[in-house]
Design a protein around this ligand. Sequence first.
Ligand code: HEM
Ligand code: HEM
Length: 397
Amino acid sequence: MSAEASSSRYTAVAIALHWAMAALLLFMIWLGWNMEDNEGRFQLHKSIGITILFLALARLGWRFANPPPPLPEGMPKREKTASHAVHIIFYALMIGIPLGGWLMVSISPFQVSTVLYGVVSWPHLPFTEGLRGETLYGIVEFFHSKGAWVIIALLALHVAGAVKHEIGAEDGVLKRMLPGLFGKANAPALPARGFLFAFGGSLALFAAIAATSLLSAGPASSAPAPLGATSSNANWTVDYAASEIKFAGLYEGKPFEGTFATWAADVAFYPEALARSKVSVTVDTRSASTGKKLYDDTLKGREWFNVGDFPEATVVLSDFKQATSGYTATATMTLKDKAVSVPLSFTLDIDGRQARLNGQVTFTRKALDLGQGSDPDGKWIGDQVVVTLSGRAERTQ
Ligand code: HEM
Ligand code: HEM
């Protein structure tokens, strides 16, 4: 590097990245040790970790475009080599640890989705489906958690080196990395370059990966075709705006609730001829919404609704019988090609041609094969799921 092309200081961008990432890394290690059974912290850990991954890539690109100032002349060669080695290992860790974390959540037997900062759905690493299991998870976890200790050990060396050269005989090294306010005010600052290359490149990669999640989820379709629509003898028209299919359960002992936004019903119901009656409901499983993106994304996953392979679930009501208040029927839910029948009781308030229905049915996650990999015993998410149907319809025949 020629004399006029060198400065004794890092660029402001390199300095900002250095201190911001140092703080984030230390916070992440603390968070990693203090997030057990705390889903909020766990998601934050994943969010900041993925941020660190892309900041590290941007930082590498920046360093490539803006090489660091040369080390002081008087510094022994072996110390220069040690300092470079520490920097290289730091970069390897700043990329390797988050990549390992991403691999862990991708292959974990607990298939929990990642939603960065509660907003961006983050996909699992591609081609990792066949790798899922405890053994590989254990190995990656070992490197992930020991990596944190390597950061701590290297940090001790790194800080000791910086302090030694600051108070030692050579030109101060610490000042090169301190913001202008504290550093050498008279040190020439080189014009920085490569902003677009470093940050644009990293951001573009981030956006491309985030977009794959959007594409694979697919748009929730418009109302699915009701079962047997063509051959049906439907005699009621459902008022969808005034009707709702809700599901409710317990998560860590606290109630949660959601709705299916998109569904269609084919209602053939004759209070005067119950044997002829049959109701078929087709539900778009992609439209399940709980108001929390993390839950919605998790529900779409393979071990829950598996919306990629089974975008629709169906509920068929049959065997209607009059009860003391209202009616009973058998509700057969078919989800992921598996049918489960449970009793349903509902009330029907008929007023002329108008009717209002209210019913409730309880399924178990076990029977429906929902979340059986992550939580088969209902430790976090209760086994019972209550589905509530409420709606308004008008009789046409
Ligand atoms: C530079 C970034 C990161 C650092 C410094 C870091 C650090 C840590 C630490 C110290 C732990 C505790 C390990 C232990 O129990 O001893 C941990 C756990 C964990 N981290 Fe990270 N992490 C980072 C990024 C990530 C990312 C990006 C993800 C996922 C997207 C992730 C996923 C996990 C998981 C799943 C665990 C729990 C492991 C288990 O106990 O089974 N981490 N992390
Ligand atoms: C986990 C925390 C830290 C990490 C990962 C880290 C990483 C790095 C890396 C990779 C470099 C090379 C320059 C670059 O490419 O940006 C660097 C330089 C530097 N760091 Fe850190 N650092 C950390 C914390 C600290 C702390 C606490 C100090 C305080 C003494 C410090 C002082 C310096 C100095 C003075 C330089 C310039 C050294 C030189 O150019 O030879 N760092 N650091």
